[in-house]
Unconditional design. Structure first.
Length: 294
């Protein structure tokens, strides 16, 4: 019934990962050599540790806010930038549902119950939006602005458009006229989305998708604090162990060709430089270095 099993000699202990005993801190591999006989790992001096198939359930309960939120917060991103993943993390960390400016039945069926709530109900902790017009932005009191490398965002959104949340577009899709048309219209939207939120957003927390992947707990803590919530260490550890959620495409389906032409790269790189400059101009951290050159 527990996600963690620790064997020492002939004794077995079961429990949950803790701040003092996480599943992610490796140790010197030499200590493990010669320990294949579970009954006597180095005379009981060391333990064998296993993550079991049991899910850590300390963060899976979620509900709507009991009193209406005073601050109306957007979780804003360009499509394909990891908004659904960020919602999964926020919901599991805080225990409260996130809402959406849209309605997606596939997300609702996978447990995002805030999808069916009216986006202005204020019963959810923040509201997903891809909108970037002045009017739509100014409706919110504050926003978490999630930014992802446009090359990755464009490919993720193209996959979603042609094969749903978990599928991949076919080679025929990538090699058709639809792909260059898609890049031409969506690349400028990737840039204008960030630029508009920087211009009209009242109070912003900028989160780079790549940083969130790299430093999950510190970045998630920033997001939770911005949402004015306090979270227990246990709950954060549980989120870390359930980090992927239900909408991660399985494996990076490698294409045997480069989908971006030089012309597309020149266009996207110009937008990257514009956005980087705008972020720095507003005293935010610039874009991660991996964005260019490609």
């Amino acid at each position: 019934e527990f996600p963690l099993a620790v064997i020492r000699g002939r004794e077995c202990y079961c429990g949950y990962p803790t701040g003092r005993f996480s599943l992610h801190n490796g140790t010197d591999g030499l200590l493990c050599s010669g320990m294949h006989n579970a009954s006597s790992p180095a005379e009981g001096k060391y333990c064998l540790v296993y993550q079991t198939p049991v899910q850590d359930t300390r963060c899976t309960d979620r509900k709507f806010l009991t009193t209406k939120s005073k601050v109306f917060v957007a979780l804003s991103s360009f499509p394909g930038a990891g908004n659904t993943w960020a919602r999964h993390l926020i919901e599991h960390a805080t225990g409260y549902y996130t809402g959406s400016y849209y309605f997606d039945g596939a997300l609702y069926n996978k447990g995002f119950k805030g999808e069916k709530d009216h986006w202005r109900s204020r019963r959810t902790i923040c509201v997903k939006t891809h909108e970037s017009g002045k009017t739509e932005i100014e409706m919110f009191d504050s926003a978490i602005l999630l930014i992802r490398n446009p090359y990755k965002s464009l490919m993720a959104e193209f996959n979603r458009k042609y094969a749903g949340h978990l599928g991949y577009a076919t080679d025929r899709n990538w090699k058709s006229k639809e792909w260059p048309d898609f890049v031409n219209s969506y690349a400028s939207w990737w840039a204008s989305h960030v630029l508009d939120w920087l211009k009209y957003g009242k109070r912003l927390l900028v989160i780079h998708y790549e940083d969130l992947k790299q430093s999950l707990i510190p970045k998630l803590k920033e997001m939770v604090e911005f949402l004015n919530m306090t979270v227990t260490e246990d709950r954060l550890l549980c989120v870390e162990n359930n980090r992927d959620g239900n909408f991660k495409r399985s494996g990076a389906k490698q294409k045997d060709f480069e989908p971006f032409t030089q012309e597309m790269k020149d266009l996207i790189n110009r937008y990257i430089l514009t956005v980087d400059e705008a972020l720095r101009g507003r005293n935010f951290t610039g874009l991660p270095r991996e964005y260019v050159p490609r």
